[in-house]
Design a binder for this molecule. Sequence first.
Ligand SMILES: [Mn+2]
Length: 382
Amino acid sequence: MRLLHTSDWHVGRTFHGRDLLREQEEVLTHLAEVVAAERVDVVLVAGDLYDRAVPSGEAVQTCHRVLRAIGETGARIVITPGNHDSAPRLGAYAEFAAAGGLHLRTRISGLDEPVVLTDEHGPVAIYGIPYLEPDPARQRLGVEERGHAAVLGEAMRRVRADLAARPGARSVVLAHAFVTGGAASESERTISVGGVEHVPGSVFDGVDYVALGHLHGPQVLAEHLRYSGSPLAYSFSEVGHRKSVWLVDMDADGLAGVERRELPVPRPLATVSGRLDDLLADPRHAELTDHFLSVVLTDQVRPLDAMRRLQERFPHAVHLEWRPEGGREAAQLRYAQVVRNRDDHEVACHFVEDCRNSEPNEGERALLKEALAAVRRAEVQA
Ligand SMILES: [Mn+2]
């Protein structure tokens, strides 16, 4: 039996305000092509199918098109909710979907009821553990101790108990957790609410393969314990990731081997720094025009209208910081210190100075005074 392990699709996520649905559909449609070309029997999605508990209509339709394309290859699909999904919404109509090969394993009470598929060697039991929000899950599972390790430990105890009653069955678990030793990026939402976030890998002992979700970089914690990572980069911290999926083969004895398949990159990321005029002119930056770009400007004086000018050359520049070369630490002053004992006019003048490294001149000071007076008059009239 051949499984494909993926997770953290986050369908509907935006990137610095940009809609990513088109890029997401492109990559996930390619994933469906991998399923067909590699003759995958089961696709495992280990949580965070959507980016939000209540995804947009467009996000749901995108997801549906992709899942239908996977389903049309003849592959079964097993999905568990992650910390971004709403388990009850994702699990709605699960019995009806299961009849068509789409297994939505969203209930805590059903985490030890596997999806059982059979190949020439016998049954493979696939357990979907929904993301266990530590405090509510503690009540549901009757666990005393706080933290994610405790609730996942109990979930896995139940899985092993069920598995013990299925002699000869091979086993797969889907889980959404931060396993110790994994490396985070900047696009995961912490799950530390309700105690310690990390879970030791030993929690998952006793099964043939564990398809992990939550961390967005692909990584191998042990041969049978892996993160697939997200199909696209969702933060500039992932600039060095090569996004991929795992192809997992099971033979008569259990795990036979795992191979990696890289996913296409619809729009690469890059970070670049320099003076605005140099960035706009330097021919070496020509290749960045189709990249999502994070820009650090090093000009001594903050350039006016920098983002608009950058986007004329780099239409996908989405993030901008200003760090003047040899910059004064004054820019780091805390807001409270900056405004203490100053009237509005002084705060405004200070702001101008802060933005361009030079004090406002007499004319500008007068203009600011006039503007503040106008605002005050408008407030009185209102
Ligand atoms: Mn995620």
